[in-house]
Design a protein around this ligand. Structure first.
Ligand SMILES: Cc1ncc(COP(=O)(O)O)c(C=O)c1O
Length: 469
C-alpha cells in the first residue's frame, strides 16, 4: 500500500469508530507513538492520518495535550462512505475463490421465480417451431430483441431492436464490451466498493482498476471527471441503478452528466444494469444509456437477477461500438441457445414478465424490510443498515468486526456471507458485510441470521479492536 493510501486507511478507521459512537466529542485519541505502534506504521504516517482528520474538521490538535475528537463534530451528518483520492491499483492475476451460496449470493429464492409460466413458455416453444434446432441469428433472435425493446418502452426507455445484441448473461456482455474498448494493462474506473464479479472479470483480463469513491448520492463524479479529463482511464465500468453492493442509484442529473463526460472525453462507459428492474416501488429508474446521444455508453444487462440466472441470457446495446461488438460476438460463439431465447421472447411478449416483476418487487420490498428488522433487533446497537430502494443485497458496517474472520468462522457452520474485502482492492471495507435478502425468510434463513448475529456478538466480546482503542 502506498503511504497516501496508508494514512487515509488509518484515518478511515477513526472516521468509522467516531461515527459508531466509540469516541465522543472532546475525547482524546491515542498518542502518535501509540498509534504508530498499534498499527505498525511510521510516525509520519500516523501524523499524516491525524492531519487529514484535522483537515476534515473531525479532530482538533492541542500542541501540548495531543489530538481530540472535535466537540462540534456531528457524526450523523458525516461520512458513511469511505472518502479517498482515487488511485490506479493492480488486481491479482488470479481472482480468489468466492462463496456462492445462501446469504452470500445475490440471487432470488426459487420460490419467487415464475417457474410455472416460464416452463409453459418453454414447452410452447419446444412444440411450435420446426427450425428450433437450427442455427439462429448470431446476434440474437429477433423476436427476443423485439420483446425486450417493447418491454422497455413501457418504462420510458426507448431502444431499437437493431441496437441490441443478445449475450450469455450480463457478465458476458460486459466482458465483450471491455475486450473491444480497452487493452490489457489499461486502467478501468469502477465504483468503490465494486461487485466482485466485475473485479474478477477485470482481473482475468489483465486490466487495472481505479476505484472511485462513492457517497450517498452515488459515485463521486468530480473524481471521475478528473480521471477522464486526464485520460488516466480507458473506460468506466459501473452500475447506475441499485449498485451491488451499496444499493445506490445515480440521480437523472448525474446520469446525464456521466453521458456528457463520456462524449466530451471520448471515454466509453460500460453500464452494468442488472438490478434496474428490481425497483421495490415498481418503477424502474432510467439507465445512463437513456441519456446517451452519441453512443459512448455500452449498456449491458440480463434476466439473471430478475428472473432466471440459469438461462444465461443477457444483452448489450453497444452504441457506436455496435459493428465491432457484433463482429466479436459472431466470430466467437455463433450466438446463444436458440430455444431458450425463443421461450424468453414468448414469456416477455405475452406480458408475463411485466406482471411478474410487479409482484416480485412487492415481495422483495417486504423481504428487505423483514431482513432489516430482524438484523437490527439482534445486531449490536451501533449497526446501521441503510435500506436500499431496490436490488437484492444489504451492505452494512459492523464496527469493530473483521468481517473476513467472521466469514471464515461462519463458513465452518455452513453459513455464507460475503465480507467487505471482496469488493475492493483497498482495505477500506473490512468491517462491512454484504447479505443477500433474495431468499424468503424461512425458518432456516432466520436461524442463519440469528446465528450470524450471535457470532458477531461473541466476536465483539472476545476480540476488542486493537487498532482503535
Ligand atoms: C452487478 C452485477 N452484474 C452482473 C452480475 C451477473 O450477471 P449475469 O449472471 O447475467 O452474468 C451480477 C451478479 O451478481 C451483478 O451483481
Amino acid at each position: 500500500m502506498t503511504k497516501q493510501a496508508k494514512y487515509k486507511a488509518l484515518a478511515g478507521q477513526f472516521i468509522r469508530a467516531i461515527e459508531a459512537g466509540e469516541y465522543q466529542g472532546g475525547q482524546p485519541l491515542p498518542s502518535l507513538r501509540q498509534l504508530s505502534a498499534l498499527n505498525q506504521v511510521s510516525m509520519t504516517t500516523a501524523l499524516a492520518s491525524y492531519r487529514y482528520l484535522e483537515s476534515l474538521g473531525i479532530i482538533t490538535a492541542d500542541p501540548k495535550r495531543g489530538f481530540f475528537v472535535n466537540l462540534e463534530h456531528n457524526p450523523a451528518s458525516d461520512i458513511r462512505h469511505a472518502q479517498f483520492t482515487a488511485q490506479v491499483r493492480p488486481l491479482p492475476a488470479t481472482p480468489p475463490p468466492r462463496l456462492r451460496s445462501g446469504l452470500a449470493t445475490a440471487q432470488l429464492d426459487p420460490a419467487l421465480i415464475d417457474a410455472q409460466t416460464l416452463r409453459a413458455s418453454l414447452t410452447r416453444t419446444m412444440k411450435s417451431n420446426h427450425t428450433l434446432f437450427n442455427y439462429g441469428d448470431p446476434l440474437g433472435e429477433i423476436s427476443l430483441r423485439q420483446a425486450l425493446v417493447s418491454h422497455m418502452k413501457t418504462q420510458g426507455f426507448v431502444l431499437n431492436e437493431q441496437d441490441l445484441i443478445i449475450t450469455q448473461g450480463c457478465l458476458d456482455a460486459v466482458k465483450t464490451a471491455l475486450e473491444l474498448t480497452t487493452k490489457e494493462g489499461e486502467v478501468i474506473a469502477v465504483p468503490s466498493p465494486c461487485y466482485t464479479g466485475l473485479l474478477d472479470t477485470l482481473s482475468v483480463m489483465g486490466r487495472q482498476v481505479m476505484e472511485i469513491p462513492c457517497n450517498q448520492d452515488g459515485i463521486d463524479l468530480v473524481q471521475m471527471e478528473h480521471a477522464m479529463a486526464g485520460q488516466q482511464i480507458a473506460a468506466c465500468l459501473l452500475s447506475a441503478n441499485f449498485q451491488n453492493p451499496t444499493g445506490h442509484c445515480l440521480s437523472a442529473k448525474q446520469k446525464q452528466a456521466l453521458a456528457r463526460m463520456a462524449r466530451q472525453y471520448q471515454i466509453p462507459v460500460i453500464e452494468d444494469d442488472v438490478y434496474r428492474e428490481l425497483s421495490h416501488d415498481g418503477t424502474p429508474p432510467l439507465p445512463v444509456k437513456h441519456f446517451d446521444n452519441d453512443g459512448w455508453v455500452l449498456w449491458c444487462s440480463s434476466i439473471s437477477k430478475t428472473l432466471a440466472p440459469g438461462l444465461r441470457l443477457g444483452w448489450c446495446a453497444p452504441g457506436r461500438f455496435y459493428n465491432r461488438y457484433s463482429d466479436l460476438v459472431r466470430v466467437r460463439s455463433l450466438g446463444c441457445n436458440r430455444p431458450l431465447q425463443l421461450a424468453l421472447a414468448d414469456y416477455i411478449g405475452r406480458g408475463h414478465y411485466t406482471r411478474y416483476l410487479k409482484k416480485l418487487n412487492r415481495m422483495l420490498a417486504l423481504q428487505c424490510d423483514q431482513y432489516i428488522q430482524m438484523l437490527t433487533s439482534q445486531l449490536p446497537k451501533n449497526t446501521q443498515i441503510n435500506r436500499p430502494k431496490g436490488g437484492l443485497v444489504l451492505w452494512f458496517e459492523l464496527p469493530n468486526v473483521d468481517t473476513k474472520q467472521l466469514q471464515a468462522q461462519l463458513v465452518e457452520e455452513h453459513i455464507y456471507i460475503l465480507c467487505g474485502d471482496a469488493f475492493s482492492t483497498t482495505d477500506l471495507y473490512h468491517r462491512y458485510v454484504r447479505l443477500n435478502f433474495g431468499q424468503c425468510l424461512s425458518a432456516e434463513v432466520e436461524s442463519q441470521l440469528t446465528r450470524f448475529a450471535q457470532v458477531v456478538e461473541q466476536y465483539l466480546c472476545q476480540k476488542p479492536d486493537k487498532n482503535i482503542s
